[in-house]
Write a protein that binds this ligand. Sequence first.
Ligand SMILES: Nc1ncnc2c1ncn2[C@@H]1O[C@H](COP(=O)(O)OP(=O)(O)OP(=O)(O)O)[C@@H](O)[C@H]1O
Length: 292
Amino acid sequence: MSATSPQTPGPDRRQAAGPSGDLADVPDDVVITAEGVHVRLGTSHVLRGVDLRVRRGEVVALLGANGSGKSTLVRTLVGVLQPAAGVVHMPDAARVGYVPQRVAAAGGLPATATEVVSSGLLLPGRLRLPRGWRARTAEALDLVGLADRGDTATIHLSGGQQQRVLIARALVRRPEVLVLDEPVAGVDHPSQEQFAATMTRLVASGITVLVVLHELGELASLVTRAVVLRHGRVVHDGAAPRPRAGHADADHDHVHPHAGEDMVPLGSGESGFTGIEDATGAFTDHTPLREA
Ligand SMILES: Nc1ncnc2c1ncn2[C@@H]1O[C@H](COP(=O)(O)OP(=O)(O)OP(=O)(O)O)[C@@H](O)[C@H]1O
């Protein structure tokens, strides 16, 4: 498979490199699979044998310290990067919505929100907008709370609104699987709340979500499982950490990093979280997470 743009993951991909080639028995309800995925960027071994399965309807949070390989993993899953070894399986591109890590992707363009969102309907081999694109675009903008901003140039939207435009661009396909890379990083609070409301509706409709996060924040109640990367390996795959009591209170200040104090193990040992700390940077070498 050739490298594809962030918004246009490749076609139905059973992509393999290395000796095994084939996926082991994969249950029908597994929609995202990575097996033994190794990725090298330059001279760095960024992913070192990652295994991941996401079942239909799950909301999986991908956590880990800066540089642990989260973005590299999702970019490999959607086909932006090629694994040096291992196997990746994703649904057809048309069924996958991908929101890349926030860049100036929307802000640098003079395009209107409608133009950016409708571009999500373009795929390899489908370079013209399909019939009904206006209604689908309006529906996607409505889902992210921007129904009245379709004609606005994205450069005139706030950073949080620009991020919502990118999310709408992923949603315009009516995807079954949504892959988001830090969708609320640096986003204003109204947009975070809007994002959580959007996700709540989507999850209720049965969508499958893989989302890179630094902290669970507003999504905590939706996340069904957490996968933690450290140095390119999965070091936890199971229960999500939950915030300490009071963390979700309306008057709680979320600005500070809370190192070592805002996340606590879910249960006592059963979750595998024996010392999980702050999702903004806690998965450090000393964090005594059980090897997955
Ligand atoms: N093009 C590249 N060439 C070489 N190394 C790279 C390249 N891109 C990323 N890396 C390195 O790969 C490692 C993993 O990066 P990645 O962006 O996947 O981490 P991350 O967990 O998403 O981090 P963050 O939380 O900061 O976004 C980092 O050490 C990074 O410096």
